[in-house]
Design a protein around this ligand. Sequence first.
Ligand code: WT7
Length: 637
Amino acid sequence: MSLRITSFEQYQEVYRQSVDDPDGFWDGVAREFVWQRPYDEVCRWEFDTPDVKWFVGGQLNITENALDRHIPTRGEERALLWEPNDPKVPSRTMTYRELLAETCRFANALKALGVGKGDRVILYMPMVPEMTVAVLACARIGAVHSVVFAGFSAKALADRIEDAQAKVVLTADGLNRGAKQVLLKPIVDEALAQVGCVQHVVVLRHLQAEVNMVMNRDCWWDHCVDGMPDHCHAVPMDSEDLLFILYTSGSTGKPKGVVHTCGGYMVYTAYTFQNVFQYEPGDVYWCTADLGWITGHSYIVYGPLLSGATTLMFEGIPTWPDAGRFWQVCQKWKVNQFYTAPTAIRSLMVSGTEPVLACDLTSLKVLGSVGEPINEEAWHWYHTHVGQGRCPVVDTWWQTETGGILLSGLGGLSPMKPAHAGLPLPGIQPVLLESNGQEIVESNTEGALCIKHPWPSMIRTTYGDHKRCREVYFSAFPGMYFTGDGAKRTADGMFRIIGRVDDVINVSGHRLGTAEIEDAINAHPAVVESAVVGFPHEVKGSGIHAFVICPDVGRDEADWQVEIVEVVSREIGKIAKPDRIQFVPGLPKTRSGKIMRRILRKVAEGQTGDLGDVSTLLDPSVVDAIIDGADRFKTGR
Ligand code: WT7
């Protein structure tokens, strides 16, 4: 199938049509898929509750569209390529026919464990083909998958298992990450000691590490799959049945389970994959994300497979065994579309261009960026050295909640401007709003980025708490989906994302809520209170600066810092570790007790010359102490 737009003029035309007649436009796209029962209505929606339904009354199975549908035309073509962490370990490939058979076998194994439609299955796994198989196997039988990034701690895993009330956990003995190995099964055991809902754990042997198996609960992956038939009926799913839950951080409270449903997610991820990356049959596409994030779901697994593409999965990291790893992999597999995060590019820039120039990158056609604003320097390095000045860079803006890319160029068709995500995809109607809700029409003026019309893969609810979904996304600007980002628009309609306007920090393209990190720090018994803000960081985009009140801190400050870092690793995971911990005598609070983060952000940025109005503070003198204490962070930045 091809849903691909092939010229800029066509994009403009299609875009106009998608705004004039959204239902007609999406109906045309959705017709390309296999529906077990046709839908009666394209879209029914209101943004107050909110209540959004796409392809109402239709029935489908996403794996039938991602796998079975391709068998007659490309059954023997490569669906999945796998590149291991260690270049000396053999790589693996699976054709569409093989991937379908493996998916069916594992789906039958899940059924044998008692998993059925609507049951939640947690995946806590290394980046290996079995993870893709397991995701698809869940979808095959209508089970709801929820992948938890394997860098999260036992506590964070337990929270997600509990919230999802998962019946089964899929894991492995451990994973490889560069020169390191991480044992996963002990983390799962620790998490399961805290929750009661899980009946079975399926364990993949990946490291050949010693594993403790719990009788009647744990079983080996191989044993479960052994003897299972390689056919499995694709369970009919209503368009609005749950496909998956993916947890993500917000500005308040615990991470929330973003819910995506079957029909709309299928249509949108396939459509955007083919257009943004200008994928052509036979191309090899590589997205370096982990399946623990939405990028992996939409643009390693679903979008590419729904499009009959060859998608590469990578277990390793950009800098091991050396800083040439990405480019060696591109050369080895003759990668045509390469999709990564600005933080990865910045981490490689420090090693210079030699590792890039050492590889034959002539296969590359399109370069993608995702996860955070790409700074101009990184953009130029990527474009000039990796893309040899001839590959377009698509700066794709989207979110866990949007399910797919909303703002981006389409391969080389669209105008391109460093640091600008660019134009909206067909069907996407973005607006910039002032804080009073007034729409900003003039160009180059920052506003809150909102979307005024639904699109098929948008968030439907936050799992088990619909009120939270309304409050977070649909109440700041009534009648609109609020993204949490601030943005500007050029005169020719290109969007530039400025960054989050809420208390969310983007660390190396990963989203972390300040409240969540503060809760973790406060779990240390000696901590009275803390406040966390982001600060500009050369490689990570944002670093984490923690202001901590800890009255007993004396000469042993360094020990306390280590303990606080440990507590955060235990509560959330290493990705949330503060880069700086500053012990303070107090926090800048208003008379009503609200922390003025604006001041803390300025201090963390080293911009203490202009702190704005501090007269409303309960005790303005704490500010001076905080500024003094922050002095030591000024060097080496
Ligand atoms: C937040 C969403 C969507 C996949 C990865 C992140 C930021 C994402 C861009 C971009 C500027 C970006 C936004 C957004 N973001 N892509 N191309 N330019 N900012 O998903 O964890 O849900 O985070 O990432 O701030 O709101 P996520």
